[in-house]
Design a protein around this ligand. Structure first.
Ligand code: NAP
Length: 288
């Protein structure tokens, strides 16, 4: 079993540089009634057996079924050996809504705490002060260990920091060689200055990134695959860790092979400048 490297914040939070996502496990935004979730649970178990510790899920994924699948996969593992993240959906951001959502997530995951709980994406219909009062209550009651956000721009993150008694430790964002909004908006710099971890979602742009010639050339230089170079680039960024959905166990093995070596700084910067087709705003969930 591999020991997956971790990145730590000054506040003490430590997160594996690479974890498993659960989006599209058991359905998309809707549950797929023809999928019993066993294949996905088996894939997650395969990742755990190979040393992956961070699983990222959300109440919104497959209407909660991805959390149930995650619960099945972690059953039998010592809870302290898993780093579990879930997210409250943007329609539940009133005080009671957040508390209720967390309780339901725990039930589906069959656990009594989350290592990290994120606001999935902002929603101006709810006062953020109320949302963070609830997030802090959950932390006071030890239902969640760390408070985080997702898809938050720098101004919104600043506001969140001013409203939360406890530290905002994480912002989960769309960041990869193509989608550079976190760089364009100086979020990466802000995270570093404020001891915040960025969790980059969609690091492979669903596998599409591997087709770029520039990556294939570097892959040959380092005797790695294009996907491994793309993942290594993401975790080379300051205060940044990442996640991939991997239903295919071969992807799990390949992606773990992205973690125990480093691209030279010159190559990190060359990719930053010359990767083709870069975009400054996510077409999936932009920073709001
Ligand atoms: N906070 C948010 O708003 C937000 C938004 C999106 C995602 N997320 C989280 O981030 C996680 C990761 O995002 P993502 O799944 O979009 O990331 P991704 O890793 O860019 O895409 C996953 C897709 O790429 C394929 N893949 C994985 N490794 C590969 C490899 N080595 N070569 C070729 N294809 C490969 C997977 O195939 P197989 O499944 O067949 O193995 C899957 O179809 C999600 O599961 C979710 O937990 C959060």
């Amino acid at each position: 079993m591999e020991k997956i490297p971790e990145k730590s914040l000054k506040c003490g939070l430590s997160i594996p540089v690479f974890g498993m996502g659960t989006w599209m496990m058991g359905g998309d935004a809707k549950r797929n009634e023809n999928d019993n979730g066993e294949a996905a649970a088996t894939a997650l178990r395969c990742g755990l057996e190979r040393g992956l510790r961070h699983i990222d899920t959300a109440e919104m994924y497959a209407e909660g079924f991805s959390e149930e699948i995650t619960g099945r996969a972690i059953a039998g593992w010592a809870r302290k050996d898993i780093f579990l993240t879930s997210k409250v959906w943007s329609s539940n951001l009133d005080f009671d809504g957040v508390l209720r959502a967390a309780e339901k997530s725990l039930k589906r995951l069959k656990t009594d705490y989350l290592d990290l709980y994120l606001i999935h994406k902002p929603n101006d219909e709810f006062p953020m002060s109320e949302t963070f009062r609830a997030m802090n209550r959950l932390a006071d009651e030890k239902i969640i260990k760390h408070i985080g956000v997702s898809n938050f721009s720098v101004p919104r993150l600043k506001l969140a920091q001013s409203l939360s008694e406890r530290k905002i430790t994480v912002n989960q964002i769309h960041y990869n060689l193509i989608y550079r909004q976190p760089e364009a908006d100086r979020l990466v710099e802000y995270a570093l200055d404020n001891d915040i971890m960025l969790i980059a979602w969609r690091p492979l742009q669903k596998g599409a990134i591997s087709e770029a010639e520039i990556l294939k050339k570097l892959a040959a230089k380092y005797h790695k695959t294009a996907a491994q170079v793309a993942l290594n680039w993401v975790i080379s960024q300051p205060n940044t860790v990442t996640l991939s959905t991997m239903r295919n166990p071969e992807h799990i093995v390949e992606n773990i092979g992205a973690l125990d070596w480093r691209l030279d700084n010159d190559d990190v910067e060359m990719l930053r400048r010359h990767f083709p087709g870069q975009k400054k705003v996510s077409d999936a969930v932009p920073l709001l």
